[in-house]
Design a protein around this ligand. Sequence first.
Ligand SMILES: O=c1ccn([C@H]2C[C@H](O)[C@@H](CO)O2)c(=O)[nH]1
Ligand SMILES: [Zn+2]
Length: 139
Amino acid sequence: MDQEIKEEMFKKALDAQKNAYVPYSDFPLGAAVLTEDGSIYTGVNIENASFSLTNCAERSAVFTAISAGKRKIKALLIVSSTDKPVPPCGACRQVIKEFADGDIEVIMMTESGKELTMTSTELLPGAFTDDDMEKNNEL
Ligand SMILES: O=c1ccn([C@H]2C[C@H](O)[C@@H](CO)O2)c(=O)[nH]1
Ligand SMILES: [Zn+2]
């Protein structure tokens, strides 16, 4: 993808990471999504004393874009403070699939700039989609 846009997504995700609410894990993440009109939306992980209610950074970013009226995502970038890049969890992979504009890049980065890029289909092959809800689906 375009290096300038990636750099902007990285900066915005890194800036957002400061707002992660992580009193239980102390594992802050920041995410940025690029929408089809070129806008960038960010998200962070938001934990809860009832641990399972935690929302991941990736889903926060996607839901922020959707809440702003966007429907298609061109790329997603996630930033962690770890030595190696952090991949999205299974729930986030399914949510990314729902709004991905085809097979999009998911860019996993560390604060120090290490990078691992995979596509949304590589991360979730054989995903369940709206097609699977057709009653008369052909095999
Ligand atoms: O891809 C991931 C993996 C984990 N987390 C969050 C959830 C929780 O706050 C913390 C530890 O699991 O990291 C994310 O936001 N995204
Ligand atoms: Zn997740």
